[in-house]
Structure formats: structure tokens, C-alpha cells
Design a protein around this ligand. Structure first.
Ligand SMILES: [Zn+2]
Length: 1014
């Protein structure tokens, strides 16, 4: 799935204070609501065909069909203020030119009513959207957003609908977003031609990411007929076959109301939605039979097949001879068979997840690999659903053995079935997840329903989870049922693919050669006229990109339309035994939530280095009363699972101080609270880490998981590494979470005897898992009567025999001071694009200048970095952000040109001096609005007051910050820009990727790091 904002801009907006906050999804019980419309009635051109009350989610579903265009419309009415809207299309190309993906980008380049380049990105600053995105899946494209503000919601609706139904699809936009030939020096006709384009580069990046390459090839091979045989995002070697006229034609056939599905969710009136979509768009279209977009079920194979592919070498991965993967997959039922897909989901949990599952026992515990690969699991996002089990980091010589183990395991399940209490624990997980008020409820429903709806599946029935669950309960307990399913879906299933992937040191060269050949053929066939056009269009595009745009046509929220929608959370602080508690009664729908912070100040450096690994293993061993398999059953039968994470947080007003520790968390149905606390008591009474084989296996799996994701979020790694050059809290984070940690763990894996690892893990557990070392937070409903008794009991158990009554758990660590020279770190990686970062220390959160810098970061992102780094220099994204302790971060994402980008970062204050007229009322307001977008995100009930608990950030401090943001003036922006961001300020830099030869310029001392595998 390619998501336009997901990986760059949204990730760039990521800020710790708001990243965990989404919809509240509060359920206020309103039993008998008058229905908006009855089945058989029409409203604004729509015929209502079905209305259902969905008891489990306390909402009412309305299904409507437009009478003329036959557009399908689903409205989920629910008392939730975080309203969602989405328009989607079934997009099923029969080639790999990436048409739907390029179309997704190009429709967002200006439309009839809003002829503005990138209105989508521009709306990011003119809205209080809690989510905005555009996504291309293998067979659909959809455009969702959410907002709590109704004026904003209507604004976004207008821009979105005009973009998809009435886009300009101008030729220059196609060239910019899709692909083009361009002179390496635009002004110089004699300079070489190269391939350029946003999607072209994006897909080059995606194809160098091993996990997504394997996933893509696997689907193409196991479902070769029809649309799944192709790359919907675009294969870089085929993208240049796409023409502008084909793109326009594709739009008229696929982005037609008759091929579209519209969704709305929340408490805004349906009537206004229907009226608007009907009058402005749907009523103007004639019906077009969407048969061309239908996906036919895949013809089933008569015998299994196998296939081999190659990938790039992961420089930061395990030794090359182990960097192989294998995946064995089966085509399962049609997606529209909702009970089958629901049942298979449960089955895949029973077979794959946790130490009691069959494949975990037979494959993972054999310790021949780095664990399951990313394909493993049940994929029910496409018409023919897939069950895959696969391993990563496994020697090629073990492939045969893996295949026979998989077959034996299936035979064993066929013969013996599943244990009853294992089935119960999986069912419990389903029940708990229905009750848990997920922060993005309306969006999650959309993401779950869209693939099913796309193939005309029974979406209203799919929402009635309780009835599916009841049937599942009785079926799974019947051994005959399980036996039949395994026989039919696996043992006798001939539509089976075994695919292996091996690294090839020449992988990148081969791609580059193919690209060069592609380029040469294309250039050779150009006529003089075409060459002239390429030159002209290159110049034209670069002029167009630099042209200032008038954004007045775009709607924008106004200052008086913004209201403060948060109140201080009702939290209470108390102490039980020696444990400080933060208690919050909230509307948690019968679920109780626990969080704890454990201090790790007492550890030495070698122990701290292993902390992330400790969090990975801490809940996976035998405890005092249980062996690890029984313990896992106990955990999954009563809780959501146990969370164990590293916690490093900067002091919000003391520059250079930080807290280091671990965060633990879990939740459960109210009635299981005593059991959940008993489970944590087991952990606090120290697990037994003496099982050497298990420790070895977990270490291998852990190390294999580490280098994943570097390419996907390279900009966060780059910022992290750059920050480690200027601040000791970030040096600490780099050691625990950055690439530094990846390298350290590989050293440990290679050189340290496992007994030493065991001993360190054991010491960490003995030194940190104490009642004296914990502070805890609980969120619970007023219906949970036993809560206080239960918490007290837990605290007593943890503090038994402890006399230390020192309750101040926060041990702030003082930073060491860094020499103030400008340093850079170049992290060598064999990928075709770069990630760049520059960081400058400024002031912490509570300083009055902080809010000004925060607004400035948004201002220069949208007015300076985005236009230059993305639109002119061809990076996928670029921006600036501020951390809690006031490190100002610049980044670029999938960047073809690191040197230029670093210069752009350096020139910020000069640019500002020359462009002060850009700091006008509207631009200033937009920058503020995008900060409020983060600050005003709805907070889930179970997250209320958590900023205070984790980061010391109270509601009052937050509110002051919000007021300061609103009060920032034009003069403030210019002043802080000169004061903090001028070229001569102390800074750190980082480039991940091949870099460029001229990196070393500019008075910066560069250090190069390269991975162990070359
Ligand atoms: Zn894209």
C-alpha cells in the first residue's frame, strides 16, 4: 500500500506530545435514536436500501445507493466527534506502469474549483484535520480524512471531492508526479537526460526495501492472473511506458461515481453530506457499468509451484550467507465469504502467534532463522485471501528442511487439533479488542471495510462481530470442524507457492544497468522535435515550480472557528506503599488500563546497552509459578498482552536533563484486573532467564528484527543520529534505538558468550524490577468497584519487605557537555536515495521562545523546505520540527541530492531575511493552525493525563503552550529565525545513503559509518 502522507509528511509531523492521541471514541449510551432515513426512502438522489443497528459498537449503519450514478454510500452514525469522510475507487490496472498510484498523486495537483498545485499539502495548514491521506492499495485507491470541527469537515469535503472528480490532470503535473526525461542541467540542452518524477523515485525506494519487494513479488506470482499479477504502485522499469493521455483515460473510467464508494462516520448530519455530493457531482453523471474494474476470482492451480528471486544485501543485517528468506503461501477463501475470513484469522493466530502456536514450536524454536518474515500471517486485503508462513535470515541449505517442517506441522494440527485453553485465549483476544475503544475508531472501521466493500462483500454483516464470534466459538471447539478446515485449506490445497529470496551483491548494479538500458533506448528513439519538447518542458516545469501560487481559492478555517476542546483530565495522585499512583476515572467501556514507569538509573553502561533486548525478553521466560508456555496462555487469556518499552524523556524545562527508564503497559476487561495485576507481580518477582537455548533463539530473532524499517523511516534515523552529535539525551537514545544499537547488538551476537548475555539480563531484572523503582497509572470505569482494593493489593505484594520510603522516582540524569564543533555523520547504505538531517539546539518546552520556534518550524516547512526540497529538488519530502527539549530538526526523505539539501538547511535565515514579506497574517495563521492540529488531536480515554505521567507535562503547561502558540507574531518568527537558525550556530548533521562526494564541504567534520556486510 502506498500512502501519500503516511511515510513522509505525516511522519514528519510526528511529535511525541500528540503522536499517541487520536479519537476518543467515547460511547454515550443513547438507546433509541430516531432513524435519519428508512429503507426504501430516498434522500437527495440516494435510495436507502438498508439500516442496521450495530449493538457491539453502539452505532447505526445506513447503506444507500445513488439512483442515477449507482454510487454506493455507507454512513455509520455514532456519537463520536472525530468524524470521518472518504471517497474510494476500485482501481485494477492490467500493467505495472503505476497508473493508479500516479493518478492518486496527480489528482492532488489542482482541480476545477481549486486550481492550486498540491491543494492537499496546502490544506494541511488550513485545517484542523485529525487525519488526512490518500492511499493506493493493490486494487483500490481511497481518500480519507477526519476532523472534529464541522466547518473544517465541510471545507475538506469540498477540496477532496473536487480533486477526485474534477482534477485538472495537467501535463506538467503528470511530468512532476509521474515520470519525465529531464536534462541533468535543466538550462543546458547538451547535458545528459535522466529519469525523474516523484512516483518514479518513490518506487525506486520501495523496490530497494527487501520486505516490500518480497511481498510484491509473492502476490504477483501466487495470483498471476488479472490485476494482482502487476505492480499497482508502479515498477520503475515500466513507469516510463505510461503516457499522459492514458492517465486521463484511466481517470475517466475508474474515477467515475459508478465505480466509487463513499463513507462517512460520526455525529455530523448525514443529510448535508448527501445533499452536497449529489448536487455538486453525482447528479451530473450518467451511469457507467463498472464491469471493467471487477476482479475475477483466481483460477485455482492443479499443482503447487515454486519460485526464486534475489534482493539487495542488507549492509546492517546478519552475515550475507544467512540473509535468505523463504515463504510458503496458500490461496484461501474469497474475501466476500466473511465467516471464512474471520475464522481463518483466528486460525492463523492459533497456528502462528506466541509460544503455544504450532509453527512457533516447530519452526521458530528450532532456532534456524531470524524469526518469521513480514509476509507471515493471513492477508485478507485482496479478493483471493492468502495464508503465508515464512522465515527470514535463514541459510539457503535449510530451505528443504523448512518445507518439510511446515508440512509435518500441518499434519500434526490435522491429527491433534488445538488445545482448548489455547483456543479460549485467542477468542478472548477478539472479545477484548471489540471492547477496547481504539483511538481512531471510525478510520479503523473504514480501513477494515474498504477491501471487502471493494469486492461488493456484505459489509453490514461484517460489522456484526458478535454473531461471527459466537459461531466461531462453537465451531473451533469442535475437533471435526478444525480437521476439515485444515484438510481443505492446507493439506489438499494445490494453490500453494513456495518462494525463496537470496541476496545478490550485484542486485543494485543489475537494476542500474536495466534502468540505463531503458534510458538509452528511450533517448535513442527521440526525434529532434521530442528532444526540443523535453528541454522546453523541463524549463517550463522548473519555472512553474518556482512560481508563487495564489491560495485564496482554498477554504481555510478562521481563528474564531477554533475552540479549545480539551479540559483538564480528572486525575488523582496518591501513594500506595512506596509506589506513587496516578488514577483516572474515565469512560473506558469496561476495560481497565495500567501503565508503569520503571527507573533504570541504577544500571551501568554495559547493562543499559542491553536494555532494549531486555524489554524484548522480559515477559518471554518461565516465572516463579509458570513455565513460559503456560505463562503466555495466562497472559493472553486475561489481558491484551504485556507492553515493555524503553523510555527516555527530556526535561521540559531543565535543559540537558533527562529521565531514562522502561514503560510497561497492559489492559484487560474489568473482571480480569486481579489476574492482570497477578501477572505483573509474577514479572516483578523476577523471571528465570536460565534457559540458554531460548535466550539464544530470542537473541537471533531480536537482532534480525533490528535493521528492518531503516529505509522506510530513514529520516527519523537520520535526525536521531544527528541529534546524538549535540545532546547527551539523544546520544543515549541513539545507543538504545538508533543505528548505533543495531551495530552494538550485532557485535554482542557475534562475540559475547550467551551466558554473559544471560547474566546481564538477569542483573537488569534484579536491579530494576522492584516496587521501590516503580510509578504507576490506572484508567478505569466507575463501574469497576474493586479497583482500589486490587491496586493496593498489587502494591503491597511488590513492596513486601521494602523499607526504603523514598518516593521520588524521577531521577533526572545530567547531560554531559559536548564540545561545540560542527560534526556530521554519514551512515553508508547501498540505497538509491538519501535521507538528510540537520539539528540545532535551541530552548526547552517551557521557554517562551519555544512556541515561536515551533510555529517557525511549520512556517519554513511549508514556505521554504517543501517547495525547494520536494518540488524543486525531487525529494519525496522535507521539513522541520522541534523536539520537547528544543532541538530544531531539519530532514529530507528519499532525497536524490544530499549536498543541495544540506545547503538549503544552512541558508534558512538568509532566505528568511530576503522573504520577510511571506510572513503575512494568513501564512502565520496557517503555521499556527498546523501546530494546533497536533495539539488539539482528540485524546483517547485511556490516554488522559498520560503526558503528565510520562513526560511531566501537565494540562496547565500544555494550555499555556497553546496560548503562546496563538500569540506568536510576525516579528517573533523573524527574530527567532535569526537568533537560533543562522548559519554559524552549532549544529549536527547526518546523511543516510550513498551520500555524495562533495559532502565534506562546509567546515563540518564528517565521520563515516558503514555496516558490517558489504
Ligand atoms: Zn506515492
Amino acid at each position: 500500500m502506498y500512502s501519500r502522507l503516511h511515510k513522509c509528511a505525516r511522519a514528519g509531523l510526528h511529535h511525541r506530545l500528540t503522536s499517541q492521541h487520536y479519537s476518543t471514541g467515547i460511547l454515550k449510551k443513547k438507546e433509541s435514536q430516531p432513524r435519519l432515513i428508512q429503507p426504501g426512502k430516498t434522500l437527495h438522489g440516494f435510495l436507502c436500501t438498508e439500516v442496521e443497528h450495530i449493538k457491539e459498537y453502539n452505532m447505526t449503519a445506513y447503506f444507500l445507493v445513488h439512483e442515477k450514478a449507482k454510487t454506493e454510500y455507507l454512513h455509520l452514525e455514532r456519537d463520536d466527534s472525530n468524524n470521518v469522510f472518504s471517497v474510494g475507487f476500485r482501481t485494477t490496472p492490467l500493467d505495472s506502469m503505476g497508473t493508479p498510484h500516479i493518478l492518486e498523486h496527480t489528482v492532488l495537483c489542482g482541480s476545477e474549483k481549486y486550481p492550486v498545485r498540491d491543494p492537499f499539502f496546502k490544506m494541511l495548514n488550513r485545517s484542523l484535520a485529525t487525519f488526512m491521506n490518500a492511499l493506493t492499495g493493490p486494487d483500490y485507491t481511497f481518500y480519507p480524512f477526519s476532523s472534529q470541527n464541522e466547518i473544517d469537515y465541510r471545507n475538506l469535503q469540498k477540496v477532496y471531492l473536487d480533486a477526485v472528480f474534477k482534477p485538472n490532470l495537467a501535463r506538467l503535473d503528470f511530468l512532476q508526479e509521474g515520470w519525465r526525461l529531464e536534462h541533468s542541467n535543466i538550462e543546458d540542452k547538451s547535458s545528459d537526460l535522466t529519469f525523474k518524477g516523484v512516483v518514479y523515485n518513490e518506487m525506486k525506494g520501495a523496490f530497494s526495501e527487501t520486505g516490500s519487494l518480497f511481498g510484491q513479488k509473492f502476490i504477483n506470482t501466487i495470483l498471476p492472473e488479472g490485476t494482482y499479477g502487476y505492480v499497482s504502485g508502479g515498477d520503475p522499469l515500466h513507469i516510463p511506458e505510461l503516457t499522459h493521455s492514458f492517465l486521463k483515460d484511466f481517470h475517466s473510467r475508474y474515477y467515475h461515481p459508478s465505480n466509487s464508494r463513499i463513507y462517512s462516520y460520526g455525529n455530523f448530519p448525514l443529510d448535508a453530506n448527501l445533499k452536497f455530493v449529489n448536487e455538486a457531482y453525482l447528479s451530473k453523471y450518467a451511469y457507467l457499468d463498472p464491469k471493467h474494474s471487477i476482479v475475477q476470482p483466481q483460477p485455482r492451480w492443479k499443482s503447487p509451484k515454486r519460485s526464486e528471486i534475489t534482493c539487495r544485501v542488507d549492509q546492517y543485517g546478519v552475515p550475507i550467507e544467512k540473509q535468505n528468506q523463504i515463504a510458503i503461501g496458500y490461496v484461501m477463501s474469497d474475501i466476500t465469504n466473511i465467516y471464512e475470513t474471520f475464522m481463518t484469522l483466528a486460525l492463523s493466530e492459533l497456528m502462528i502467534i506466541g509460544p503455544n502456536s504450532a509453527f512457533y514450536k516447530s519452526l521458530i524454536e528450532k532456532n534456524i532463522s531470524g524469526g518469521y518474515n513480514s509476509l507471515t500471517g493471513y492477508d485478507n486485503q485482496i479478493r483471493d485471501t492468502l495464508f503465508v508462513v515464512g522465515l527470514k535470515d535463514v541459510e539457503a541449505s535449510k530451505f528443504e528442511m523448512v518445507e518439510s517442517i511446515v508440512n509435518q506441522t500441518l499434519e500434526k494440527i490435522h491429527k491433534e487439533g488445538f488445545e482448548k485453553d489455547h483456543i479460549e485465549s485467542v477468542l478472548h483476544g477478539f472479545e477484548l479488542s471489540i471492547k477496547h475503544q481504539s483511538p481512531k475508531f471510525g478510520l479503523n472501521l473504514l480501513f477494515n471495510l474498504m477491501p471487502l466493500w471493494n469486492h461488493n462483500g456484505p459489509i453490514l454483516n461484517a460489522l456484526k462481530v458478535n454473531s461471527l464470534l459466537n459461531q466461531l466459538k462453537s465451531d473451533l471447539m469442535d475437533p471435526k470442524f478444525v480437521k476439515n478446515v485444515i484438510e481443505k485449506n492446507f493439506i489438499q490445497n494445490n494453490h500453494k507457492l513456495t518462494m525463496t529470496m537470496k541476496p545478490d551483491p550485484k542486485f543494485d548494479d543489475l537494476f542500474n544497468e536495466a534502468e540505463a538500458r531503458n534510458l538509452a533506448t528511450r533517448v535513442k528513439s527521440l526525434t529532434e522535435k521530442q528532444k526540443e519538447d523535453i528541454y522546453k518542458e523541463g524549463v517550463e516545469l522548473s519555472v512553474a515550480q518556482k512560481k508563487a501560487q495564489s491560495l485564496e481559492v482554498l477554504p481555510c478555517l478562521k481563528i474564531d472557528e477554533i475552540t479549545l476542546n480539551k479540559t483538564a483530565p480528572p486525575i488523582k495522585h496518591t501513594v500506595s506503599e512506596t509506589i506513587p499512583l496516578q488514577l483516572c476515572e474515565a469512560n473506558t467501556n469496561g476495560v481497565t488500563y495500567f501503565k508503569g514507569v520503571i527507573g533504570t538509573d541504577c544500571l551501568d553502561e554495559a547493562q543499559k546497552e542491553l536494555l532494549p533486548f531486555f524489554t524484548y525478553v522480559a515477559t518471554k521466560f518461565d516465572t516463579k509459578s509458570y513455565n513460559y508456555r503456560d505463562f503466555d496462555k495466562y497472559v493472553s487469556k486475561t489481558t491484551s498482552g504485556l507492553g515493555f518499552l524503553n523510555h527516555i524523556t527530556e526535561h521540559i524545562d531543565q535543559h540537558g536533563q533527562y529521565e531514562q527508564g522502561l514503560v510497561i503497559s497492559s489492559h484487560c476487561l474489568d473482571e480480569y484486573l486481579p489476574k492482570m495485576m497477578d501477572i505483573w507481580s509474577e514479572i516483578f518477582s523476577k523471571p528465570d532467564f536460565s534457559n540458554t537455548e531460548r535466550m539464544k533463539m530470542l537473541l537471533n530473532n531480536y537482532c534480525s528484527s533490528l535493521s528492518n524499517g531503516v529505509i522506510d523511516s530513514g529520516h527519523t534515523y537520520a535526525m536521531q543520529a544527528a541529534r546524538s552529535l549535540i545532546s547527551s539525551v539523544d546520544e543515549c537514545k541513539e545507543h538504545l534505538m538508533g543505528l548505533h544499537h543495531v551495530i552494538t547488538m550485532q557485535e554482542i551476537q557475534k562475540k559475547q558468550p550467551i551466558e554473559q548475555v544471560q547474566a546481564t539480563v538477569d542483573q537488569i531484572s534484579k536491579m530494576t524490577l522492584n516496587g521501590t523503582n516503580l510509578r504507576a497509572a490506572f484508567h478505569y470505569c466507575n463501574t469497576n468497584a474493586d479497583i482500589h482494593l486490587c491496586i493496593d493489593h498489587f502494591c503491597k505484594r511488590l513492596c513486601k519487605g521494602v523499607d526504603n520510603k523514598d518516593m521520588n522516582r524521577i531521577n533526572w540524569i545530567d547531560s554531559r557537555t559536548f564540545p561545540k564543533d560542527n560534526r556530521g555523520i554519514h551512515i553508508q547504505m547501498n540505497i538509491p536515495v538519501n535521507f538528510c538531517a540537520k539539528v540545532i539546539p535551541t530552548v526547552p518546552y517551557t521557554d517562551p521562545d519555544y512556541a515561536k520556534l515551533r510555529v517557525l518550524s511549520r512556517f519554513i516547512t511549508s514556505k521554504y523546505l517543501h517547495p525547494i526540497v520536494r518540488e524543486q529538488n525531487g525529494a519525496y519530502g522535507g521539513g522541520a520540527m522541534l523536539t520537547l527539549d528544543g532541538v530544531f530538526n531539519y530532514y529530507s526523505y528519499r532525497d536524490p541530492n544530499s549536498r543541495v539539501t544540506l545547503d538549503v538547511f544552512d541558508e534558512t535565515s538568509e532566505w528568511m531575511t530576503k522573504n520577510t514579506e511571506l510572513v503575512d497574517d494568513q501564512n502565520l495563521f496557517e503555521a499556527k493552525l498546523s501546530i494546533l492540529q497536533q495539539m488539539d488531536q482528540p485524546i483517547a480515554e485511556y490516554m488522559k493525563g498520560i503526558d503528565l505521567f510520562l513526560f511531566g507535562l501537565s494540562y496547565d503547561i500544555w494550555k499555556t503552550q497553546r496560548e503562546r502558540v496563538l500569540a506568536v507574531t510576525k516579528e517573533d518568527l523573524i527574530e527567532v529565525c535569526n537568533k537560533y537558525l543562522s548559519r554559524d550556530k552549532w549544529s549536527g548533521k547526518c546523511v543516510i545513503g550513498e551520500g555524495s562526494k562533495d559532502l565534506k564541504e562546509g567546515g563540518v567534520t564528517w565521520e563515516t559509518i558503514s555496516g558490517p556486510q558489504q
